[in-house]
Design a protein around this ligand. Structure first.
Ligand code: FES
Length: 288
């Protein structure tokens, strides 16, 4: 009955579904409207069950618990924007387009999907005319990333959301753009290739004044829970940001799919569900 907590474009919420499933979905509506949160959920028959639970069990007026909005895909200030969406990855982009329009910014959207029929929100995008380039794969093939990313453009931010293959292709093809031009949203963890086995290491938690040994086959999050240290988590695969923890000292082997390369290099925070210590005598001091 009251106003919903406010959010900014790029934010997502957790939906608490049947069977204690917690799933993250981007907010795709108008962030200036405090009366509703809108999400767009594609039914994924081969998924882990979250989208099927939504489609099968949520009917109109079913109460549902959701988290506060969190934002790992912030809409930052730029002169112009290039949005690239694959499939249901269009959802956070819709809120960004609305904000870019509100600010009178120049923007372009490249939106690919399997077929026109399977591409969500086309009617909502239609009034934007040729700012929007639709690429249904059955008619036009894959997105032509070379033509949009071939020449780097200053003062332009690229926002991309979609399947892992698209994210990787956009990362590769925009590598020559100015540092920090690309912002990605991952809901599935990126593949981290390691050339060595994980080793145990020590972690000291300053707030709880406890030290734990994290074994080779557990995460810092697991070790902290085992020791009764207060930690919250959701995805436990480095994609949601819930477990982000301040790093007081130590070298981190960042394995999350959220922090940018610059943020990982700055080493100020880490996702303790996936990232570990690195170095010769690995030890981390964390603020928890
Ligand atoms: Fe989601 Fe760690 S619990 S990033």
């Amino acid at each position: 009955g009251g106003e919903l907590p406010r959010w900014k474009p790029g934010a997502h919420i957790d939906l608490h579904l049947e069977g204690e499933m917690v799933r993250q979905y981007s907010l795709s509506g108008d962030h200036e409207d405090p009366t509703c949160y809108r999400v767009g959920i594609l039914r994924e028959p081969a998924g882990r069950g979250g989208s099927a639970a939504v489609h099968d069990t949520l009917i109109s007026a079913t109460p549902i618990t959701v988290s506060w909005p969190r934002n790992n895909f912030r809409f930052a200030e730029a002169e112009q924007y290039l949005f690239i969406a694959g499939g249901i990855g269009i959802t956070p982009i819709l809120a960004m387009i609305r904000e870019a329009e509100r600010q009178g910014k120049d923007w372009k959207l490249l939106y690919g999907g399997r077929s026109r029929k399977s591409m969500a929100f086309l009617a909502e995008l239609e009034p934007h005319g040729d700012r929007v380039q639709l690429v249904p794969q059955d008619e036009l093939g894959h997105l032509d990333l070379d033509s949009v990313l071939g020449t780097s453009v200053d003062n332009t931010l690229i926002y991309c959301c979609g399947p892992e293959g698209l994210l990787q292709a956009v990362e590769e093809k925009s590598a020559h753009w100015p540092k920090g031009s690309l912002r990605l949203e991952r809901f599935a963890p990126k593949v981290v290739v390691r050339d060595h086995e994980d080793e145990p290491f020590e972690v000291e938690f300053t707030q709880s004044q406890k030290a734990v040994t994290v074994s080779a086959d557990e995460s810092i999050l697991d070790a902290a829970k085992r020791e009764g240290i207060s930690v919250i988590s959701s995805c436990e695969n480095g994609t949601c940001g819930t477990c982000e923890t301040l790093v007081v000292s130590g070298d981190v082997d960042h394995r999350d799919s959220i922090l940018t390369a610059d943020e990982q290099e700055a080493n100020k925070t880490m996702m303790i569900c996936v990232s570990r210590a690195q170095g010769k005598c690995p030890k981390l001091v964390l603020s928890r």
